[in-house]
Design a protein around this ligand. Structure first.
Ligand SMILES: Nc1ncnc2c1ncn2[C@@H]1O[C@H](COP(=O)(O)OP(=O)(O)OP(=O)(O)O)[C@@H](O)[C@H]1O
Length: 247
């Protein structure tokens, strides 16, 4: 069974056709990078995967659950699919440790000692064990994002979605966050979908690169084909040449 299957998926915001005929299969353990111009539908696509955005037509199966089926319990999806946002979205009035322990406690009813031990292990993994009792406002943006990643990992998801996780960060913070993401991509069997402009990340750990424009998938390549060969789509080639010029 594949982790994610889109079959002819359509998504509308009112009259606006935001996702057009999306067909995409992602296997368990793959790291897929989504790129494309602003407004092309990348965020919308990944937000449909955990049910944050409903679809209007087609079929979307995530971890075996049909998202369009009203009988599917949304919690079944949310337990297995984590999301890391551009703006971290940590709870301001909770400490770092409390942020990480909250969802496993409420949703999974995880035993308190086990929850704390695992949270501390994750904090260690993202290099922030010393910040367990700090509040989010006492941390830099890059540190907050690493906490947000640890918080997602605390649910032991099968799939992790990243929506431009480094684009709100000062340049000097970006590598710390990317390194944490690279470690996860290499060392875990989690499925990762990453919307990002960080082509270094895509080249290093992406298994596949998907190029979107105007709500459509125009290119779906291995990273070798995308970066070292030539994308067959003209707009993808133009986009790639602009990115390389900018770097
Ligand atoms: N809640 C909404 N209501 C109406 N239109 C929306 C909504 N969210 C997104 N859109 C529109 O859908 C299109 C795709 O947006 P989306 O955020 O998915 O693109 P994106 O490729 O992620 O862009 P960016 O790189 O700028 O984040 C855009 O034209 C956007 O204006």
């Amino acid at each position: 069974m594949s982790m994610i299957e889109f079959h002819d998926v359509q998504k509308y915001y009112g009259d606006f056709h935001a996702l057009k005929d999306i067909n995409l299969t992602v296997e368990a353990g793959e790291t897929v990078v989504l790129i494309g111009p602003s407004g092309s539908g990348k965020s919308t696509l990944i937000r449909t995967i955990n049910g944050l955005e409903p679809i209007q037509d087609g079929k979307l199966i995530v971890n075996g659950y049909d998202l369009a089926d009203k009988k599917t319990d949304p919690n079944k999806i949310r337990k297995n699919v984590g999301m890391v946002f551009q703006h971290f979205n940590l709870y301001a009035n909770k400490t770092v440790l409390e942020n990480i322990m909250l969802a496993p406690k409420v949703v999974l009813k995880r035993d308190d000692d086990e929850n704390r031990d695992f949270a501390m292990k994750l904090l260690d993994q993202v290099g922030l064990a010393s910040k367990a009792d700090s509040y989010p406002r006492q941390l830099s943006g890059g540190q907050q994002q690493r906490i947000a990643i640890a918080r997602s990992l605390a649910m032991r998801p099968k799939c992790l979605l990243f929506d431009e996780p480094t684009s709100a960060l000062d340049p000097e913070m970006i590598d710390d966050v990317l390194n944490v993401m690279k470690d996860i991509a290499r060392d875990s069997d989690m499925t990762m979908l990453v919307v990002t402009h960080e082509m270094g990340f895509a080249r290093e750990v992406g298994d596949r690169v998907i190029f979107m424009a105007d709500g459509q998938i125009l290119e779906d390549d291995s990273k070798e084909t995308f970066f070292d060969g030539q994308p067959s789509n003209e707009r993808a080639r133009q986009f790639l040449s602009k990115i390389i010029v900018h770097k």
